[in-house]
Design a protein around this ligand. Sequence first.
Ligand code: AMP
Length: 187
Amino acid sequence: MKNICVYCSASNGLAKKYIDEAVKLGEAIAKHGATLVYGGGKVGLMGKVAFSAQAHGAKVIGVIPERLVEREAVHRGCDELIITKTMRERKAIMDEKSDAFIALAGGFGTLDEVMEAITIRQLGFHQKPIIFLNTDGFYNSLLEFFEQLYAQGFAKRREHCPYQVAESVEHALAFAFGTNATHVQHT
Ligand code: AMP
């Protein structure tokens, strides 16, 4: 049984391909018998993944700071709802409760969360899988930039890249469960 943390957009009105992917991810998390850990809101892709996961039988843990309860339309129907004082506390609880992290398409908040997961993994604080779910190449330009960091010596290549890139929901879950042996190779 795994707890899968999903970082994703809190924006509404996104293209259908991103919404469909969020719905598919929620369903797949449920089908794999996993629990969803997420930001606790009903807005954007966050709401889509959570409702889909619950509709297909997954347990959902929402973690939201009290200041965002209204702004992100807290999902009171979470199986477990944790209301924190601060953003930092939210991030820490989401991290602690999760066995793997998947980043769906998102904005600055999503990037902040996934980058922190990567940086602390690089420093050896955890070994949990971190996966970019690269819906329709959404993360391509960021991944190219990461290659520049390695090429120019701003990041060190280690045996395993600290993140993995999945082109489909099923691949993302295979990485999260450690059942896909393929690691992202640095070019
Ligand atoms: P966004 O990707 O900008 O739509 O944001 C996605 C989620 O990330 C929202 O629930 C934001 O509240 C959350 N978020 C934004 N900044 C932070 C942060 N510094 N720490 C934790 N969560 C954040």
